[in-house]
Ligand binder design. Structure first.
Ligand code: ADP
Length: 392
């Protein structure tokens, strides 16, 4: 079977999926990941029907870094029979100011993507590592880069700039926005399930969280900015923060830039505020008042940001919940929708608990949907489209 490999490489995990190709049809064959890289490495993969294919743990030294994880994953993938690898699609966090759509990768593109490393130092080098390796090992297999930023590139300039001297904008200091592959997938789903909804807010609430305003299926605004730190509070990131706090920590508290970075990426958000966990499930199950505070803060900021996006859209026709929290937590959905009552949003409690794909009451002025996201399928679709018609 002709196959596509989709790769999503981070610092401590490498996620991969294999899709079968028949014409322009894609069928998911394998989902897998290797996580705990450098600490407790574990390679797991399942077939499309959920059957386990491998579940192997390693000594930390055996899979100490991402290149070792890529090598181990490749070794396992090569043992699979019946797949002819036709292309590899990669999730790449940053497409910089230039890339508004996915791109076939060649040496020049790779150089350009590497030049965006400064814009996403924690993610971009990890995203590019498997591309480099695959180019070396399989130079004839086309590779496609799909960006988290690309879907937002059509924003008007006055929404993308910060109120800084314009030279900063020209140097790339802009509001890029992220989670674009998720929003693009949801925009495609909405064309099927709610084609009449012109003004939509999509809430991608996972361990990373953001919201996007869609007008006629296109992103016009989102809650993230120059980095994925902005906007909503997340598992370990604070979301919107007065930059004066960062200055204060460095100048008055004597924290190093690295220590502030660690705080903002790894120790803030739900984890920092609760002092307990970055996982919403733990917080909802806890009777600790700090857990309740973190949840209340999360819900409040979601409502506040939805109000901002509703203003950008001039009102909303539909609201979509997606990603780990959005897809799985009826109580968080109920609390957020309660905060959107002023927009005419009203839940159908039974549909919310079910959950159904449509969870709004019949008299709600806003249609409220729960739609599972699928960033990997979006990458596979882009990759197949590009290898089928590279100049389209
Ligand atoms: P990632 O950004 O890592 O892809 P996900 O979209 O998978 O994240 O979301 C992961 C988060 O979803 C978990 O950290 C957890 O907080 C949350 N989550 C998953 N299931 C539930 C649930 N039933 N109730 C509340 N939160 C949940």
């Amino acid at each position: 079977m002709d196959a596509l490999l989709v790769i999503n490489a981070g610092s401590s995990s490498l996620k991969f999926q294999v899709f079968g190709i028949a014409g322009m049809d894609l069928t998911r064959q394998i989902r897998g990941k290797i996580d705990g890289i450098g600490t407790r490495p574990r390679l797991q993969a399942t077939a499309a029907d959920g059957t386990g294919l491998i579940d192997q743990t390693y000594d930390a030294k055996a899979v100490r870094d991402l290149p070792a994880a890529i090598a181990e994953t490749r070794r396992w993938l090569l043992t699979l029979e019946g797949f002819e690898l036709r292309a590899v699609g990669h999730r790449v966090v940053h497409g910089g100011p230039d890339y508004a759509r996915p791109v076939l990768i060649d040496a020049a593109v790779l150089d350009r993507l590497a030049s965006y490393q400064d814009l996403a130092p924690l993610h971009q080098p990890n995203n590019l590592a498997p591309i480099r390796l695959a180019m070396e090992i399989n130079p004839d297999v086309p590779q496609v880069a799909c960006f988290d930023t690309a879907f937002h590139r059509g924003h008007a300039k006055h929404t993308d700039c910060y109120a800084l001297p314009r030279a900063f904008y020209d140097q790339g200091i802009r509001r890029y926005g992220f989670h674009g592959l998720s929003y693009e997938y949801i925009a495609e789903r909405l064309r099927e399930v709610a084609p009449q909804a012109a003004r939509v807010i999509v809430a991608h609430l996972g361990s990373g969280a953001s919201m996007c305003a869609l007008r006629d299926g296109r992103s016009i605004e989102n809650t993230m900015g120059f980095t994925a730190l902005d906007g909503l509070p997340m598992g370990t990131r604070p979301g919107q923060l007065d930059p004066g706090v960062v200055l204060y920590l460095i100048m008055e508290k004597g924290m190093s830039a690295q220590a502030v970075s660690d705080l903002l990426y790894h120790d803030a958000g739900l984890k920092g505020l609760s002092g307990l966990s970055n996982d919403m499930r733990d917080l909802l199950a806890s009777d600790d008042p700090h857990a309740a505070l973190a949840v209340a803060h999360f819900v409040y900021r979601c409502v506040l940001n939805a109000g901002m996006l509703a203003a950008a859209l001039g009102g909303i026709d539909a609201f979509v919940f997606t990603a780990g929290v959005g897809e799985n937590s009826p109580s968080i959905r109920a609390r957020i929708v309660e905060g959107l009552a002023w927009l005419g949003a009203e839940l159908d409690p039974a549909a919310n608990e079910a959950p159904a794909a449509l969870i709004s009451a019949s008299k709600s002025r806003v249609a409220i949907h729960v739609l599972p996201t699928d960033e990997e399928l979006m990458i596979a679709r882009h990759t197949l489209a590009l290898i089928s018609a590279p100049n389209a």
